[in-house]
Design a protein around this ligand. Sequence first.
Ligand code: NAP
Length: 283
Amino acid sequence: MTAQRIDGNALSTQLRTEVATRAQALKAKGVTPGLAVVLVGDNPASQVYVRNKVKACEDSGLHSVLEKYEATMTEADLLARVEALNNDPSIHGILVQLPLPAHIDAQKVIEAISPAKDVDGFHIASAGALMTGMPGFWPCTPYGCMKMLESIGYDLRGKHAVVIGRSNIVGKPMALMLLQKDATVTVAHSRTQNLKALTLQADVIVAAVGKRNVLTADMVKPGAVVLDVGMNRNDEGKLCGDVDFEGVKEVASHITPVPGGVGPMTITMLLVNTLEAAERASK
Ligand code: NAP
């Protein structure tokens, strides 16, 4: 079997067009959805991420503000900026790019963001909303994975999903979203014994580890759906995921490539969350 690729770029284009249409409708009512992106310090990867986020907003007709600060910014000053953005009616979503410099308590800053503007979905209130099935904002990467499953019409009811990785931003929220759709969910992590025995039972596998070849063809049940969240570099320095794509695509029914899979979906879901925040605020 050669798996069907789930194309994150194509799905993103479709979803971003829908965002642009909904943004136009809001603008007609006098509301322009606005995202504030806050970057502290000069981490090169973060600079690329924030540039991409701001550009994606502009391309979809969302207003965006990029606030850049020196790495020496104090925690108190950053908290004051977050508070000002919480009170700014032209801003519907606030994203503080992580990681923050070591002298700033990142969790404290995230908790300072108003839950109504927490479009990254990292606030404890957002995590609680996801856990209890209440309205809130879902973290963008696992939300993007759910959209990818939806795009192939995959019915999760009663299916066994194995999530590899248990971070607060990917693995754990991914498991909760799959559970909410009635999958039976197993969460694996670095202390899990005999990962292969678990993945061989899985109908859906989400790899979110950050290590190459965590999932190889011998670990996948024929016909399984495989989503690869990982972002790593191969020996040639090229971007690759956690999954041995060439091997696994011969066993799986559907698979996401890296690049061009989950990555573009993450920014797309940030746009969706920002638009949703603006729609909620304008009701
Ligand atoms: P993280 O916080 O480092 O978490 C990695 C998880 O993998 C941990 O739960 C860890 O277990 C587990 N793990 C480590 N080695 C393992 C092994 N051999 N077998 C099974 N589990 C193992 O990373 P993250 O933030 O979740 O990100 C994961 C990957 O996704 C990274 O490559 C990251 O760059 C990528 N990512 C991509 C996007 C995107 O937009 N495409 C967005 C976010 C993240 P313990 O908890 O026991 O340590």
